[in-house]
Ligand binder design. Structure first.
Ligand code: FAD
Ligand code: DHB
Length: 394
């Protein structure tokens, strides 16, 4: 079998790409390791940049997003129990949108299902070969049987642990990585909103974040060690620690039923090239950021905007000029997003071994941010998202 585009992974990157290509009549097949229910149930990102929202709307899968999402005009910053609001809307005219990644995947996989698109669930790709040949080969396992197909292009949208990057020869693509001695303990809570916007807290005890998924569901995080034992965190201990880091005179965090606890170690990773022969890398397969700033999902959509524009131009106009620039354009944007996420992580977290001078300087940097309008404009532009280099013609 031969297909124009073989997509590995039905997460946000792969499912959005398959959907956009289909809108322009470009055939693809999607391989997904897990079941549909598993992909749709994964609790991950929750904040979308305006461009990511617009891409969903332009692609015709933004109806529920427009109805059910929550718009936030800025963020609040806490510095050792004092609170400061940064009004992105007033500064640059753009805010951010809260809509869970699980809802994004439900909308995309539902749309693909409604048109009978070829998404092979529980079908892991085990290898990619002939990257530089006339056609590229995908090896996969269907019902315990190993099979192959060929494609004009493969898109590796299979996340950080996927098969696409593993298929590269040593040194085929340059990569950069940083691990942090930090993790985020995350909880999902049934409770009303304690604040109308997300609340990022610097505190001598460690970073904390209040975010949300809907008016009734709150998402909270605490900085912990990257090898923290979740068993040691009872509900009461979590709430007391959140209060200690976030509380202030006249404001109290509203508690509720904790219905999920998870732990995410922090990591930065990116590829210096997002193309190898006939294989393109997109989303987490090409880059991972620490979550401070909510850039993972948004960077994935920025990649897909340019890649889909390039593939559409290639197939409908016999012109590969955008496709040939994909790697450079994606990396140019991603390296800036890496810098923002890394700098934001450094700003807010207490790193093991730092002394009082370093902590006071961190605090001074945040004090500058919450009082200087020029610093706020620069921050707002990065937090609300850098431009997409190309948009697909839909
Ligand atoms: P993924 O969502 O990882 O999708 C890849 C898909 O490929 C998966 O469905 C996987 O099952 C499939 N796959 C893997 N290997 C194979 C194979 N061999 N064959 C076939 N299929 C395969 N971002 C934020 O902005 N905010 C957050 O709060 C946040 N929290 C996160 C928490 C965790 C625990 C993780 C892991 C990520 C988090 N992120 C967050 C990042 C964000 O969720 C990702 O950036 C986003 O999911 C990227 O989408 P993707 O489609 O590129 O990759
Ligand atoms: C979430 C929100 C954020 O603003 C962020 O930086 C990281 C995660 C969230 O809602 O999960």
């Amino acid at each position: 079998m031969h297909v124009p585009v073989a997509i590995i992974g039905a997460g946000p990157s792969g499912s959005l790409l398959a959907w956009i290509l289909r809108q322009r009549g470009i055939e693809s097949i999607v391989f997904e390791n897990r079941s549909r229910a598993y992909v749709e149930g994964r609790i991950r990102a929750g904040v979308m940049e305006k461009n990511a929202v617009d891409l969903m709307i332009r692609a015709g899968v933004g109806e529920r997003l427009q109805k059910e999402s929550m718009y936030q005009r800025g963020v609040e910053v806490g510095i050792n129990n004092t609170h400061h609001f940064i009004d992105f809307e007033k500064l640059i005219g753009v805010g951010v949108t809260v809509y869970g990644q699980s809802e994004v995947t439900k909308d995309l996989l539902g749309a693909l299902d409604s048109v009978g698109h070829n998404v092979l669930y529980e079908t892991p790709v085990t290898g990619v070969s002939d990257h530089h040949g006339d056609k590229i080969t995908v090896t996969y396992e269907e019902g315990g049987v190993e099979k192959t197909l060929t494609a004009d292009f493969v898109v590796g949208a299979d996340g950080y642990h996927g098969a696409s990057r593993k298929s590269l020869p040593e040194g085929g693509i340059r990569m950069h990585e940083k691990t942090y001695p930090l993790g985020w303990l995350g909880i999902m809570v049934k409770a009303p909103q304690s604040k109308p916007v997300a609340f990022f807290t610097y505190h001598d005890r460690g970073f904390a974040l209040l975010s949300m998924r809907s008016p009734e569901i709150q998402r909270l995080y605490l900085q912990v060690a990257n090898d923290e034992n979740l068993e040691e965190w009872s509900d009461d201990r979590i709430w007391d620690e959140l209060d200690a880091r976030m509380g202030t005179e006249g404001w109290e965090l509203i508690r509720g039923e904790i219905f999920q606890k998870d732990l995410a170690p922090l990591r930065s990773f990116f590829c210096e090239e997002q193309r190898y022969g006939r294989m393109f890398l997109a989303g987490d397969a090409a880059h991972i950021v620490p979550p401070t700033g909510a850039k993972g999902l948004n960077s994935a959509f920025a990649d897909i905007s340019v890649l889909s524009a390039g593939l559409i131009q290639h197939y409908t106009k016999d012109d590969s000029s955008i496709l040939d620039q994909y790697s450079r354009l994606a990396v140019e944007r991603n390296v800036q997003t890496q810098r923002f996420s890394w700098a934001n992580t450094a700003k807010y977290h207490i790193f093991p071994g730092t002394n009082s001078f370093e902590r006071r300087m961190q605090q001074a940097e945040l004090e500058y941010l919450v009082t200087d309008e020029t610093a706020q404009i620069s921050y707002a532009k990065q937090h609300t998202g850098l431009p997409f280099a190309y948009w697909p013609e839909l």
